[in-house]
Design a protein around this ligand. Sequence first.
Ligand code: GN1
Ligand code: MG
Length: 365
Amino acid sequence: MNTEPKTTMNESVLDALKAAYGWETDQIKHRRFGSGHIHKTYLLTVDGQVYILQEFNDKVFSLPERISGNLAYLMEQFDPGQLPFALPMPVTNREGSFFTRLDGGLFRLFPFVSGITRDAIDQRGQAKIAAEAFARFIQVFLPADARQLKDTIPHFHDLEKRYRQFDTALLHPKVSLDRATKEMIDFYREKSELVDKYLYYRSQLPLRVTHNDTKINNLIFAENLERVNALIDLDTIMAGFVFFDFGDLVRTVACTRDESSMEWDSIDVDMVKYEGLLEGFYTVLAGEIGSEELESLPFGGEMMTLIMGVRFLTDHLNRNVYYQVQYPEQNLHRAQNQAALLDALIGKRAAINALEEKLRNELSL
Ligand code: GN1
Ligand code: MG
């Protein structure tokens, strides 16, 4: 089972890293860092110089060379200076590679970007700033040919495929189907009607360069939360639809409780922050992308919440082989959380449409 890993690395791994990066010092300190669900992340200090060290999850990203290839393609063609924030690239080792394979696993090193990361934010203005940052990322790469990018996780946001994985897990569940699990299975089965809308948009909208993991904790804010210093977790950059990136923001920003909350009854859509997100995307992208693309944004909120819920539930049925968990039912609880949010988003469709109308008028779109 993929349980919470121990909090320190073996000395032998640190020694091997020293050799790989050519560090001639014994002044190396590290501690676990961040709240990502996939890689294990450490804050590493080498002679006073601070880095982020990631133990890379190559079970999840089985094609790491594609990540390097995609980033190289994007960086060659476009000047990252066009963006008002950093896209931190890994530090190369002595062999010039982003990745260092050691006995203990596959590792990557990043420069540490100072600032603040949040699993939730509390103001409309911050929602707008976050949305503008992700929208700027999309905007800068609009002239790129998204099809040149390779899928780093094939079918990552393919809702239809995620439902097939759910069905497969249901054939031989690895956990007992208690009442809460059965309720979730029924809930997500019922919501499969959203797959048709996903397929419709997939057949109509252009593929763009999208980040695909726009949860709020993948932004590093300046200390005053009034600016974005960096956009991180670039492994899932691949061809996608604009509504994916808007949707994951809705899922993690425009909600009254964060993804790990178990207060199901108080999970709702925060319309004030939702408005901030829409305004951020409209301000940057209106006029640059098609009108149907703009109209698809609210669907992204529902679709991304649904796909995460289905993935969490599937992982629970498979007994936690994908996401890191701190206790066995955590993926079920995450699926319950996403279910509550999805219901709230569906219940607020009319209010969200009204919000779109109002903003379009205000911004003369
Ligand atoms: C994972 O690595 P992290 O925590 O930023 C996942 C995303 C999910 C997210 C759910 C590669 O992102 O797709 O949205 O957890 N990343 C991958 O919190 O599966
Ligand atoms: Mg992350």
